[in-house]
Design a protein around this ligand. Structure first.
Ligand code: PLP
Length: 380
């Protein structure tokens, strides 16, 4: 989408507007499948839970990673109804949904009991809950792996130490549960291939140790983390995934089914946000532009996702100067960036942000009464 098309859409729909291009989502899915052909994909819908994304990915054979009962139901509601009838239901759910939160409320387990789901665990207390409320689930043991350099760190909250995993897995089998495999997450927006490689080596050791104790596991879940090209420093995905592919083939025989839970990679590059300048002031010698979306809205990723979004101007002429861009609420925390390089702009001018499809509207609020950005779907 070039800037003229963007401008046209913003004029048609008003601002703030979140333009989500479904053809880009399909391209991202196909690229990932092409570069990692052994890896089946479960889209982590937490990245952007718009039901239309589920409808776009479903026909491509994509599965879904859900973290709550609400996300689980959202996937079910957006599936073709015929898939959910009769015998097909259980095999269908198995292939299409993984409950990838290692901590699940008892109420959730009770509600999903009758579906044949895959779910993750990383501690003994969770196993007791699963045994009581969801004894037929297929279990995946999540291990703690290094998240060095990843934009969002996840390992301090989830995953059992790899050295302790074989005993926990054995405990699950002793309870009569079925452990299908191992999972990990290297941290979101992971540009450090070593995180994946050490995690794969640790997983392969667990597969071996568990097999030596008489249990052959079948599934390796390599999580999410796949890096999005936010800037030039991000490694090229073809090269990155090539290294990953070689390690997968070296460490895991063909019989092991490999899956991943990409969130960001599938949706980040599929959306652009257009905002309007609603105020302009000079504070401490620096120009500050007030725009009609901010960290309480679509740009919430600045806080929760640690993602440093930047603004582009439609006005290309004029000397660029350092300035700040802040959101519309009455909180000074609502500062999106203090280091933008923009030409001199006026109230009413529009700005746009690229690559904002992931972890953006997912955590937007209506704080101070400012409405959320309008979502416009393109190429559905
Ligand atoms: C369990 C799990 N799987 C997958 C994802 C998606 O990760 P990403 O968006 O980095 O691909 C997350 C993100 O937090 C997660 O917690």
């Amino acid at each position: 989408m070039n800037s003229q098309e963007l401008l046209k859409l913003a004029k048609k729909h008003g601002t703030p507007v979140f333009l989500l291009d479904h053809e880009v989502i399909r391209e991202n899915y196909r690229r990932m499948r092409r570069f990692l052909p052994r890896v089946g994909l479960y889209y982590a819908i937490k990245a952007n839970s718009d039901p239309e994304i589920i409808r776009t990915l479903y026909p491509l054979d994509c599965g879904f990673d859900v973290a709550s009962l609400e996300e689980f139901n959202l996937v079910l509601e957006n599936m073709p109804k015929k898939e959910l009838r009769g015998k097909r239901k259980s095999s269908f759910i198995w292939d299409r949904i993984i409950v990838a939160n290692t901590i699940k409320p008892v109420e959730t387990l009770k509600k999903i009991k009758n579906y044949n789901t895959l779910m993750t665990f990383d501690n003994a207390e969770e196993l007791l809950k699963i045994k009581k409320y969801c004894p037929d689930a297929g279990l995946i043991c999540r291990i703690r792996v290094q998240n060095v350099g990843s934009m969002v760190e996840l390992s301090s909250k989830f995953g059992i130490e790899p050295g302790d995993a074989p005993n926990l897995i054995e405990q699950a089998f002793d309870l009569g549960l079925s452990v299908e495999g191992v999972s990990f997450h290297v941290g979101s927006q992971c540009c450090n291939i070593d995180n994946y490689i050490t995690a794969l080596e640790a997983s392969a050791e667990i597969f071996k140790e568990t097999a030596s104790r008489g249990h052959q596991m079948k599934v390796l879940n390599i999580g999410g983390g796949f890096p999005v090209p936010y800037d030039d420093a991000v490694p090229d995905f073809e090269e990155f995934s090539g290294k990953l592919r070689k390690e997968l083939d070296r460490l895991f025989p063909k019989e092991v089914e490999i899956v991943a839970e990409p969130g960001r990679y599938l949706v980040a590059t599929a959306a652009k946000l257009v905002v309007k300048i609603i105020g302009k002031a000079v504070r401490d010698g620096k120009t500050v532009y007030y725009v009609n979306d901010g960290v309480y809205g679509t740009l919430s990723g600045v806080v929760f996702d640690h993602c440093p979004y930047h603004f582009n101007s439609f006005k290309k002429r004029g000397e660029k100067k350092i300035c700040a861009v802040v959101g519309p609420t009455c909180d000074a925390f609502d500062t999106v960036s203090t280091s933008e390089m923009l030409p001199d702009l006026a109230i009413g001018d529009l700005l746009y942000v690229d690559n904002i499809g992931a972890y953006s509207i997912a955590s937007a609020t209506n704080f101070n009464g400012f409405p959320k950005a309008k979502v416009v779907h393109l190429n559905q």
